[in-house]
Ligand binder design. Structure first.
Ligand code: DQA
Length: 140
């Protein structure tokens, strides 16, 4: 099984960025932990970009081949019709993920442009949100 994790803007700063909201662990470190956990059972690849178009290009590149995509689109979640259209265009199921519970935060984070085209949404469990999304794709 092949699953890709795609992280959007500012998520390259995990571990440094607002640790009270996003925690102290960098993503590269967490990635190694989950890659080791799933071993040969699930091949987990990773892509991060701060650029909307680059995220769309990556969705197009892998979205007809992979078994699942775990997408944390960061702030583009709340604004990007283009990312929503890219998710609709591909055949690989996408799970929307957020580290923080966006519904406990500012009003502008309560609306997602992408939820309606995703398989499901996982938010608020810290970095464990990514593992929960992988479990959801695995059990699909
Ligand atoms: C986030 C929540 C978004 O509102 C925010 O813009 C992010 C991270 C999360 O993982 O909690 O960049 O997607």
């Amino acid at each position: 099984m092949k699953i890709a994790i795609i992280n959007g803007p500012n998520l390259n700063l995990l571990g440094v960025r607002e640790p009270s909201i996003y925690g102290n662990e960098g993503f590269e470190n967490y990635l190694k932990t989950i890659q080791a956990k799933y071993g040969d059972e699930i091949e987990i690849s990773y892509f991060q970009s701060n650029h909307e178009g680059a995220i769309i290009d990556e969705l197009h590149r892998i979205g007809f081949e992979y078994d699942g995509i775990v997408l944390n689109a960061g702030a583009y979640t709340h604004t990007s019709i283009a990312i929503a259209d890219a998710i609709s265009a591909i055949t690989t199921p996408v799970v929307e993920v957020h580290i923080s519970n966006v519904h406990k935060r500012e009003e502008f984070r309560h609306h997602s442009m992408i939820s309606r085209v995703c398989l499901g949404v996982i938010a608020g469990f810290g970095l464990d949100s990514y593992r929960l999304a992988i479990e959801a794709l695995k059990n699909k």
